[in-house]
Design a protein around this ligand. Sequence first.
Ligand SMILES: NC(=O)c1ccc[n+]([C@@H]2O[C@H](COP(=O)([O-])OP(=O)(O)OC[C@H]3O[C@@H](n4cnc5c(N)ncnc54)[C@H](O)[C@@H]3O)[C@@H](O)[C@H]2O)c1
Length: 466
Amino acid sequence: MRSRTRPGERSTGGGGLGVSRRGLLGGGVAVGLSALGWSRALGANERVRIASIGCGGKGFSDLLDTAKSPHAEVVALCNIDESKAHLGAAAEKFPMAKTFTDWRRLLDDAGTLDAVIVSTPDHMHAAPSLAAMHLGKHVQCQKPLTHTLFEARQLRQAAERFKLVTQMGNQIQSHPAYRTAVKLVHDGKIGAVKAVHSWQAGGMPWRKLDDRPAGAADVPAGVHWDEWLGVADTRPFQPEIYHPFNWRAWQEFANGQLGDFGCHILDPVFMALGLTAPLSVRAEATPMNREVWYTKSTVRWLFPGTPRTAGPTIEVTWYDGQGHKPALDVLGLTAADLPAGKDGAEGTLPNSGSVLIGTTASLVVPHVGMPYYVPAQRFADVTIEPEPARDHYTSWIDAIRGTERTTSHFGYAGPLTETVLLGTIAIRHPGALLGWDADAMALTGAAGASGLLTKGYRGGWQPAWV
Ligand SMILES: NC(=O)c1ccc[n+]([C@@H]2O[C@H](COP(=O)([O-])OP(=O)(O)OC[C@H]3O[C@@H](n4cnc5c(N)ncnc54)[C@H](O)[C@@H]3O)[C@@H](O)[C@H]2O)c1
């Protein structure tokens, strides 16, 4: 195992600008001093030159959705997998773009770009995003914003310090369904909110094994495994276990079901209520080992109240795992209060979403479905007007051009991600009431919990902190 460093140890010379002064940004990206902290002023007719890091999987649709802007030009593509399904498809679609298998080399060419989309697995969000931001590049980064809370704070601070246009890829925020839910709460349609319950009751198809497989398999031709691992410790390649998609099962690369869905499902809750940092968090979860995430959890955060909450504090509860939803009586409902199913079947909660319990009514917010009031009988005659969609992707391009704004910029997405990641720390300390002081970044209540605010980095791969 190679040496690992943690923030504060910085044996490879972390400390952000300290590294830059020596001409290196995290992961060995070379940079001239003059490049730091600038971004190009764009003329009215100039196109934003974008690069995609992780241009397969979700990254391919991120790229297509952003490139549909007439003001965007795709100039560079990076993927650790050169096959048709990954780098190949994007290269075919954008034949003029330069191709790379290592994002550090792509950023060596930083003068040719204005903005970067980061759609890599979660453990590799922070390193390329921070390196790009140090170079003055605007960043769109997938959800959850980062793998650790410390990284999320860093991305927020970097965006602020370098004055960059940022957007997290929780695109459902811009969908009429979530926008309508937020508007209804802002318009006081359910009164003040007393409590929130959110859930994702789907399975976790990425869990293939309960522990790390023994042995090693040959790395397929065209797959750059060391670059895939990036900041993580070296481990042998295994087909179908990590790349693609199944990395979600592993603590080293992701944050389980809550990490995967929290930044989507909790987003309209955060935005509707104007939540900030929680005061405390407590979780229950199925047992897990050092490597693989849990299968079922319940997480409760206590937040300070806001002008839209009924009390001085508000509890938000999360449920995940196959079939794990809040009990109807906890929501103050019976099946008769929910809209009937097909052919008059008893009403059920959606498979994922939230219920916001208000002083005058409650609002069900399905994950990607139009919200509705409950008890349904009382609102049978009420029509909810959908809010228009925004374009989550092209609004980022327009914001770079100065004609729009982004809504999931890192000033918003950072605290949302921090909340989700506090939940994933609580899951690893089941039953403990963890107190959180966001300004001091101090987590109390369980020995070892604060160590999970950050992680170690493989030698040579430490991100460039701000
Ligand atoms: N917003 C959404 O609805 C949504 C949906 C799915 C995934 N995601 C997020 O998108 C990201 C990617 O998820 P996925 O399901 O597409 O994963 P995936 O493993 O299927 O695809 C990742 C792609 O990035 C490439 N890649 C991996 N490491 C790389 C590196 N270091 N440099 C360059 N390329 C690299 C892979 O070869 C692959 O093409 C994750 O952060 C995930 O949480 C978001």
